[in-house]
Write a protein that binds this ligand. Sequence first.
Ligand code: ADP
Length: 187
Amino acid sequence: MGNKFVRAIFPGSFDPITNGHLDVINRGMKLFDELILAVGRSPVKNQLFTPEERVKMIAELIRQRQMLGVSVESFDGLTVEYAAKKKADVILRGLRSLTDVQYEFQLAMTNRAVAGIETVFIMTSEQYGFTSSTLIREVASLGGDLSNLIPENIYNRLKQRLKKTKHEARNSNSETNTNGQNTKRKT
Ligand code: ADP
């Protein structure tokens, strides 16, 4: 983008990060000098990983893949306020389909109206056009093979987490505590 140093933020939930996100990030790395992945801390229903866990997993990927100019942190509140704090020039968002366009268009218009910041959209590769973190969580919980859609380390963490969640759900159903003792009150 010319001679000007361009810093972008890529905000999202990343719960968990997928190959679709990474595809957008890799393309973004060619356009921007600095790219900050911004994990939203706003309370989301059905979140699987805490924002801290997501930041840690993404930071590990950045290190492993030696993604120069890319960093990750979490943020609270409005994306535009965070963008201003980081002195970001643009907001990066990914597009999968026409359904995304409608929502993203509104979001980008609002952000430009309230803060004058531009949003740059990058279209994903066709093979990730149907990949979303929500779908990944659902398919993984049903035991589907996701090895083509998320990085191996993230997939392993996801499987571990789902196993733990299922185990906890089973335990709480039978009202058994972590020591294996039945906590059901005798009446
Ligand atoms: P949000 O909670 O804002 O939807 P996500 O983590 O789901 O956050 O997504 C962050 C950004 O990444 C959004 O711009 C979303 O459109 C984009 N994105 C998510 N999955 C993909 C994908 N498979 N291909 C391209 N962009 C994607």
